[in-house]
Design a protein around this ligand. Structure first.
Ligand code: NAD
Ligand code: UGA
Length: 485
């Protein structure tokens, strides 16, 4: 520890996990410095701006900036001036194998052993496959022996369970903290770091490296399984006139199952479920203990996202506004509300929009998209296209649209007035893949609406009458009703 036992903490990686960890540990009262190899990130942070959108983060960063929270791109200084180093760099999927790419983690490890000037505790916060923390320990042992260094590095596995969009709350009030250690010294340091959580009686699971690493992957794989499962049950509801809301409620009331993560969706996305399910499945196969359930979850979720375009086309063909030809979507305007993989984040990683936008463009649509936060990040990952525009308002997005697709359940979309939406659009057609609108309300407003896991309420007949009436009203003629025949 530094002078007078005052602990200084360095965080390597200023992404979602690194920045939230830095801000929250600063809030706990520690002196924290966070570094990133991207100079632009550090410049933004030093100007009081968060490089990512995460509710409450910028406020917390600014509360502590230049008091007990600092940002730097000088990793050598960060390593040398801090007692505890958290590694929070990315561990993306290898595009060929699906295994976790650990190059950033081991690059940081090499920098730590190169610049070591005193004993350190090195904590892996990044999600890393079982065996990585032990490999890191071996790396440090070899490197320090090679240099005849008198110093020691204690490694710790401390996986993170925060969710984007509620990351601060998740870090401050976690369901549990998992800590894998192999020395009393590192245990006592981690105990000090998490002491502020004792106030909330947060359970802390003290364990070995391997179990800590596995707990992280098993948790994400289990949650992904819950989502894929409810999505398949929603498919079954659609074929059998069941109602997914009631089924999920009935399931969730069983305390052994629990009600969370049972919302049907266009498929899970994000930087973690897709990557971590692939990584654990890859590792399991390598270790000859295949996770066939997780393999199926991956396939089920991939297919769900890939098949969205077929679902949209199939549904539109059932409405009176589109024909069944292969060119039915040619020149039609699709309004897309929501791009990020979930609300309250600007993260586009593995978002269903990454499938739907290119597929709609390929089908000949003009796509007009709106997301409250993710335009910039979307533009970085969705190829520029003359028929794709990112609009500044919901109104601009919906104007003269032939159909609307809801992909992310941002709160501000939930409150939209269906009557008003109808006046803005060309056709009253909605594909609501987050179930934000009530089917009976949509029907009352004369919408043809597709939604997930509930019996269809719109009938081609009523929609057809609606269409005739719209034409009649446009021409000044009398509206018709079902009774008129
Ligand atoms: P991220 O991509 O948002 O951030 C990683 C940061 O590390 C980037 O800013 C990058 O520039 C920086 N970096 C990479 N190499 C570096 C180096 N050598 N020196 C300094 N900085 C470097 O990633 P993230 O979403 O914060 O995820 C980080 C890890 O935490 C991953 O393993 C992820 O699986 C895990 N995790 C993420 C979440 C989440 O919600 N995003 C939750 C729990 C765990
Ligand atoms: C997830 C986990 O929830 C975190 O505990 C974990 O720390 C994190 O991954 C990680 O390891 O990085 P996150 O990806 O931020 O967090 O978001 P979630 O809220 O878990 O949602 C993941 C995906 O599942 C989203 O696409 C969401 O729309 C979808 N989902 C979630 C559903 O489709 N239905 C649900 O009921 C819940």
């Amino acid at each position: 520890l530094g002078k007078n036992g005052f602990m200084k903490i360095g965080i390597i990686g200023a992404g979602y996990v690194g920045l939230v960890t830095a801000a929250c540990l600063a809030e706990f009262g520690f002196q924290v410095t966070c570094c990133d190899k991207q100079q632009a990130r550090i410049d933004m942070l030093n100007q009081g701006k968060s490089p990512i959108f995460e509710p409450g983060l910028e406020l917390l960063l600014n509360k502590h900036a230049d008091k007990n929270l600092f940002f730097t791109s000088d990793i050598q200084k960060l390593i040398q001036h801090n007692d505890v180093l958290f590694i929070a760099v990315g561990t993306p999927s290898d595009p060929d194998t699906g295994a976790a790419d650990l190059s950033a983690v081991f690059h940081v490890a090499a920098q730590i052993s190169d610049h070591l000037n005193q004993d350190k505790v090195v904590v892996t916060k990044s999600t890393v496959p079982v065996g990585t923390t032990r490999r890191l320990k071996q790396h440090f042992t070899d490197a320090l022996q090679g240099k005849n260094s008198p110093h020691n590095i204690h490694v710790v596995s401390n996986p993170e369970f925060l969710r984007e969009g509620s990351a601060i709350e998740d870090f401050m009030r976690p369901d549990r903290v998992i800590i894998g250690t192999d020395s009393d010294y590192s245990k006592s340091i981690m105990d000090m770091i998490y002491r502020p959580l004792y106030l909330y009686e947060t359970p802390i699971v003290w364990t070995d490296f391997e179990s800590a690493e596995l707990t992280k992957y098993a948790s994400n794989a289990f949650l992904a399984t819950k989502v894929a499962f409810i999505n398949e049950i929603a498919n079954l509801c659609e074929k059998t006139n069941g109602t997914i809301d009631d089924v999920a409620k009935g399931l969730g009331l069983d305390k052994r199952i629990g009600h969370k993560f049972l919302h049907p969706s266009p498929g899970y996305g994000g930087s973690c479920f897709p990557k971590d399910t692939l990584a654990i499945a890859h590792l399991a196969t390598e270790k000859n203990a295949p996770l066939t359930i997780v393999d199926s979850v991956i396939t089920s979720n991939d297919n769900r996202k890939k098949n969205l375009i077929t679902r949209i086309q199939g549904f539109l063909g059932k409405t009176p506004y589109f024909d069944h030809s292969a060119t039915a979507l040619h020149g039609k305007k699709a309004a897309l509300l929501g791009l990020s993989f979930k609300p309250n984040t600007d993260d586009m990683r593995e978002s269903p929009a990454l499938y739907v936008v290119p597929d709609l463009l390929a089908a000949g649509c003009i796509v007009s998209a709106f997301d409250p936060e993710a335009h910039e990040t979307a533009q970085q990952v969705i190829e520029d296209h003359p028929k794709l525009s990112f609009e500044n308002s919901i109104t601009d997005c919906l104007k003269d649209a032939d159909f609307l697709v809801i992909l992310t359940e941002w709160n501000q979309f939930r409150a939209l007035d269906l009557g008003e939406i109808k006046t803005m659009m060309n056709n009253p057609v909605i594909c609501d893949y987050r179930n934000i609108f009530a089917p009976n309300m949509a029907k009352q407003h004369g919408f043809c609406m597709d939604y997930v896991g509930k019996p269809a309420l719109f009938s081609t007949e009523t929609a057809h009458i609606e269409m005739i009436n719209k034409k009649n009203i446009d021409n000044g003629a009398k509206p018709v009703s079902a009774v008129d025949g």
